[in-house]
Design a protein around this ligand. Structure first.
Ligand code: ASP
Length: 411
C-alpha cells in the first residue's frame, strides 16, 4: 500500500472514530483524546514543524543561489507574485458571486447575541516594512516566515555573486538541504498515524455542533473551494503548466491530506515541496523559491472563506453591499490573505480587517467561529495546492525561456 492510501485511510478512520465517540461515548472520547489522539497528532505536528525554519532557510538560500542571475530571480519572482495575485482575486470573485447566488445568510438567526472580541490585525504598511528583519536570528526563533524568506534571499544572492569564494558555505547549505529532505521522508512514514490522531481529536471534540444552522454557509465555502481548485488551478496547470491535471492531483495528494489534517500551510511546507519536486517534476530551485513564499502569502482558500463570510454576515445583518463595497472586499481580502500567516485559524482573525473596511459588525464572526475549524482544514488544502500549481506553471514557462536562450546561442 502506498503512503497516499495510508494517509487517506488514517484521515477517514480518524473522522469515523472521532464522530462515533462524540455521539456514543463522550467521556471515553475525553480520555482517549488526552492520552492517545492529541498526543499522536501533536507529535506528528511537532515533527514537521521542527523542520520548517531550517527548510525555509536552506531551500530558499539554495534556490536563490542556484538561480544565480538576479534577472532570472526577478523574472521568476514577478511571475510568482503575479500568479498569486491573479489567482487570489479570481478566488474571491468566485466566492462572492456564489454567496450572492445561494444567499447563505438569508436564514432565521438572531445575530443580536453574537459577541466576538476582535484581535488587532497588523496594518498593511506594517506588514510590508516588517519584511526586512532587523535581527535574522530572532526571526528564526519566532518563526517569522516573511523575514526568514527575505534574509535567505539576501544570503542566496550573495552566494551567487561571490561564486568560488564561498564554495564551502554553498556546499554546507546544499548538504543541509539534503539532511532536511531526508528527514521529511522519514517523518512522512508517521503521517497516517498523525493524520488519524489529528482528525479524531478535532472531529471528536466539535462533532457537528452548529453545522446545521451554518450548513448553507459551509456549503458555499466548500463549493467555492472546489470550483476554484478544479477550474482555476485545473486550467492553469493544464494550459500554462502543460501538465495533466489528474496527474497533478495524484502527485500532490499526500500534501493536500497533510494540509487538511494540520490546517497549516507552513507546517505542511516540507511535504508540499517534496511532492512537487519528486512527483510533479518541479526543479528544486523553482520549488524552493515559489512554495515557501506561497505558503506564507498565497492563500486562495482563506480569501474564499473571507469573501463568503463577508457576504454571509452582510445578509444576516440585512445590510446591502454596494458595488464599491464589494470591490473593497476584494481588495482587502487579497491583502488580508497575504497577511495571513500559514497557521491554523488566522484567516478568521484577518476577516475582522475585511469586515471593518466595509463597516460590517465584527461580532458577526461569532456566528461562523463554531464551524471554522473544519473549513480551516479544507481551505488550507486549497491554499497549498495553489502554491504547487504556481510552481508547475513557473517551471513550465521557465523551460521555454531556457529553450529560447539556447536557440539564441546556437543561432
Ligand atoms: N490555516 C490557514 C493556512 O495555514 C490559514 C487560515 O486561513 O487560517 O493556510
Amino acid at each position: 500500500m502506498n503512503l497516499t492510501t495510508k494517509i487517506f485511510i488514517g484521515l477517514i478512520l480518524g473522522a469515523i472514530v472521532g464522530l462515533t465517540l462524540h455521539f456514543t461515548a463522550p467521556d471515553l472520547f475525553t480520555q482517549l483524546d488526552t492520552y492517545v489522539f492529541s498526543p499522536l497528532g501533536t507529535v506528528f505536528l511537532n515533527l514537521i514543524k521542527m523542520l520548517v525554519v531550517p527548510i525555509v532557510f536552506f531551500s530558499i538560500t539554495l534556490g536563490t543561489a542556484s538561480l544565480g542571475d538576479p534577472k532570472k530571480l526577478g523574472r521568476i519572482g514577478g511571475k510568482t507574485i503575479g500568479f498569486f495575485l491573479i489567482s487570489t482575486t479570481i478566488a474571491i470573485a468566485i466566492a462572492i458571486s456564489l454567496a450572492f447566488i445561494v444567499q447563505p445568510g438569508n436564514i432565521d438567526i438572531d445575530p443580536s447575541g453574537a459577541e466576538y472580541e476582535s484581535q488587532e490585525a497588523p496594518s498593511v504598511v506594517e506588514t510590508f516594512t516588517n519584511i526586512i528583519p532587523t535581527n535574522p536570528i530572532q526571526a528564526m526563533v519566532e518563526g517569522n516566515m516573511l523575514q526568514i524568506i527575505a534574509f535567505s534571499i539576501f544570503i542566496g544572492l550573495a552566494l551567487a555573486m561571490l561564486g568560488k569564494k564561498t564554495e564551502g558555505i554553498m556546499k554546507l547549505i546544499e548538504q543541509g538541504n539534503e539532511i532536511m529532505m531526508y528527514l521529511v521522508n522519514l517523518i512522512m512514514k508517521f503521517a497516517p498515524y498523525g493524520a488519524f490522531g489529528l482528525l479524531a481529536s478535532a472531529i471528536g471534540s466539535m462533532g457537528l455542533d452548529g453545522a446545521q444552522a451554518m450548513l448553507m454557509y459551509m456549503f458555499v465555502v466548500i463549493a467555492a473551494l472546489i470550483i476554484h481548485g478544479a477550474v482555476t488551478y485545473g486550467s492553469a496547470v493544464t494550459l500554462l503548466g502543460k501538465m495533466n491535471f489528474i496527474k497533478f492531483l495524484k502527485g500532490f495528494f499526500p500534501a493536500m491530506t497533510v494540509g487538511f489534517s494540520t490546517s497549516s500551510s507552513s507546517s505542511t511546507l516540507p511535504i508540499s515541496m517534496k511532492q512537487a519536486q519528486e512527483k510533479l517534476g518541479v526543479p528544486k530551485p523553482i520549488s524552493s523559491f515559489v512554495q515557501p513564499l506561497g505558503a506564507t502569502i498565497n492563500m486562495d482558500g482563506t480569501a474564499i472563506m473571507q469573501g463568503v463570510a463577508t457576504v454571509f454576515i452582510a445578509q444576516v445583518y440585512s445590510t446591502d453591499l454596494s458595488m464599491s463595497q464589494i470591490m473593497m472586499v476584494i481588495l482587502t481580502a487579497v491583502l488580508a490573505s497575504i497577511g495571513t500567516a500559514g497557521v491554523p485559524g488566522v484567516g478568521l482573525i484577518m476577516l475582522a480587517m475585511v469586515l471593518n473596511q466595509v463597516s460590517l459588525p465584527v461580532e458577526g464572526i461569532a456566528l461562523i467561529i463554531g464551524i471554522d475549524r473544519l473549513l480551516d482544514m479544507a481551505r488550507t488544502s486549497l491554499n497549498i495546492t495553489g502554491d504547487a500549481a504556481c510552481a508547475v506553471v513557473v517551471a513550465e514557462t521557465e523551460k521555454k525561456h531556457e529553450k529560447s536562450n539556447e536557440e539564441r546561442m546556437y543561432a
